[in-house]
Design a protein around this ligand. Structure first.
Ligand code: GLC
Length: 542
């Protein structure tokens, strides 16, 4: 296919390595486990795999607190294992995207150990240090995981800033040496053959240089962070300068990509997509989480055709002409889509509707491990909770362990994930919801995903065509076109549990190329028929 760009026209799959597949029986997923499952990914048809962090870490935040950027944590394997993963993935035409956590390091990173050792240490300025105000923190900034964003260091009698845990001090991107050290680290991985990066909290890199207080907007919330408008500790304009420099490094290699985690609350695609720059000079892709959150990370987007199309239309209007969108329904930080969208006994039917949507929208689809088989959020007891967020907010909020439970491979002990004791409990629906059982059922969610991924590859209109809404659809039905040259495709999705009429004034002969209900191959003279409850159908104009 002409100009096939894997990160743009392909499908990317996110793996949370602790939970994917355990090859050595210690109950924790590892790199060799991922290698063993590459054939599965290749059959599924994915083009790239993004791995949550596998670098050396004391695991206060399960790998997002890195103590050595250039090595692999022993829990996941060795550098040699990682190099083998790159090689084996590349053999199968699968690209590897690394999580790049550059807003903070672990407090046990040698840089921070040096930085905190004295006020005049050469690395002092690599982190964000500030005097307190009469023994109190320098300003009112809050930690995203709760509490304040400042920690007093007894020895040097100053405060350091941390956006998340106090064990994760934020680095100072205004310091050139720090910036160069980060950029060297990036080159180190690119030289090893890594194909792309997911930039963790990329919109937090720079903080106000005058350390002004954020404004308060609303009264008390369970998480004090949500009470503020993050004017001075988030989305600062200088971040774009850093991303432009970063992009130049990527562009000095061939076929590399970046996707940024641009979490903005309330969700605001205008801000998130601004990190694509002019479409060619900052990030390649930006997650705006519009299909997950609305007003805050605890206010989630509810089921509904109109709600979904509004999000997509609004988002598309902020994609620069040369830029490209991406779509994501689930991540390691958010309740899984199938649980979020509820539906009771119809949950799988809803999942089929949204999988069809995800894989036919304009923009790179990201599938979170287990989403393709319909894994739900796990139910946690207090004693099972590992996530620091869960520990802090239980029982108000269970944290993020529910969406990080072990991958369900088979109807066997521990769902075939490990021969040991899994680090998080396996969901109790694994007898039905698992790769082995679903592979044998032609009607399963897994097989639906496989068919759609392959259709997306086959049809240019689906992987790169224009997108526009078919205006005549009713409120419960999402209907949109994907068009490329003379290929015209219409996707229709019934979000309702009742039949819905569909009438679109578009002459011609339409062939059914995919459907959860109608026989594939059937042709229609007019778009004037009834959609079954939760029907997802894709038609191509002959
Ligand atoms: C990002 C990661 C999340 C992590 C947080 C702090 O948001 O996606 O998992 O906890 O950064 O490290």
């Amino acid at each position: 296919m002409d100009n096939w760009l894997w990160w743009k026209h392909g499908v990317i799959y996110q793996i949370y390595p602790r939970s994917f597949y355990d090859s050595n029986g210690d109950g924790i997923g590892d790199i060799n486990g991922i290698i063993e499952k590459l054939d599965y990914l290749s059959e599924l048809g994915v083009d790239g795999v993004w791995l949550s962090p596998i670098n050396k870490s004391p695991m206060y935040d399960f790998g997002y607190d890195i103590s050595d950027y250039r090595d692999i944590d022993p829990v996941f394997g060795t550098l040699a294992d990682y190099e083998r993963l790159l090689e084996e993935a590349h053999k199968r035409g699968i690209k590897i995207v690394m999580d790049l956590v550059m807003n903070y390091t672990s407090h046990l990173h040698p840089w921070f150990i040096e930085s905190r050792s004295s006020r005049d240490n050469p690395k002092r300025d690599w982190y964000i240090w500030h005097d307190g105000k009469n023994g109190r923190p320098p300003n009112n900034w809050k930690g995203i995981f709760g509490g304040g964003a400042w920690e007093r260091d007894e020895k040097t009698e100053q405060f350091y800033m941390h956006s998340f845990l106090k064990e994760m001090p934020d680095v100072n991107w205004r310091n050139k040496e720090l910036k160069n050290a980060m950029f060297d680290m990036i080159r180190y991985w690119l030289d090893k053959g890594v194909d792309g990066f997911r930039l963790d909290v990329a919109n937090l890199y720079i903080k106000d240089d005058e350390f002004r207080n954020n404004h308060f907007t609303i009264g008390p919330t369970p998480r004090p962070y949500d009470m503020q408008r993050h004017v001075y500790d988030k989305n600062r304009p200088e971040i774009h300068d850093i991303l432009r420099e970063f992009r130049k490094i990527l562009d000095s290699y061939s076929d590399k990509m970046s996707v940024g985690e641009i979490f903005v609350e309330p969700a605001d695609p205008k801000i998130s997509q601004s990190y694509l720059g002019d479409g060619k000079n900052e990030l390649h892709l930006a997650f705006d989480f519009g299909l997950i959150i609305t007003k805050s990370s605890t206010r989630l987007l509810k089921w509904g055709a109109k709600r979904f199309s509004d999000v997509i239309e609004k988002r598309n209007s902020f994609i620069p002409e040369k830029g490209w969108p991406c779509n994501v329904l689930s991540t390691h930080d958010d309740s899984r889509s199938i649980s979020r969208f509820k539906g009771g006994k119809d949950a799988i039917k809803r999942a089929k509707v949204v999988s069809t949507m995800l894989l036919t929208l304009r923009g790179t689809p990201f599938i979170y491990y287990g989403e393709e088989i319909g894994m739900r959020d796990g139910k946690m007891k207090r004693k099972d909770i590992m996530d620091p967020m869960g520990k802090k907010y239980w029982p108000l909020y269970m944290g993020r362990d529910p969406e990080r439970t072990p991958m369900q491979w088979a109807p066997d002990e521990n769902a075939g994930f490990t021969t040991g004791r899994p680090w998080l409990p396996v969901n109790n629906d694994f007898h039905l919801v698992n790769v082995k059982t679903e592979s044998q059922d032609p009607d399963s969610l897994l097989n639906l995903n496989k068919r759609l991924i392959s259709l997306r590859k086959e049809k240019d209109a689906l992987n790169r065509g224009e997108w526009y809404s078919a205006k005549d659809a009713s409120d419960d039905v999402m209907a949109y076109y994907r068009v490329k040259k003379d290929q015209k495709i219409l996707v229709v999705l019934n979000f309702s549990n009742s039949p819905r009429p569909l009438k679109i004034d578009d002459q011609g002969v339409w062939k059914n190329i995919f459907s959860t209900h109608k026989p594939v191959g059937d042709t229609f003279k007019n778009i004037d028929f009834t959609l079954s409850p939760y029907e997802a159908t894709i038609l191509e104009q002959d």
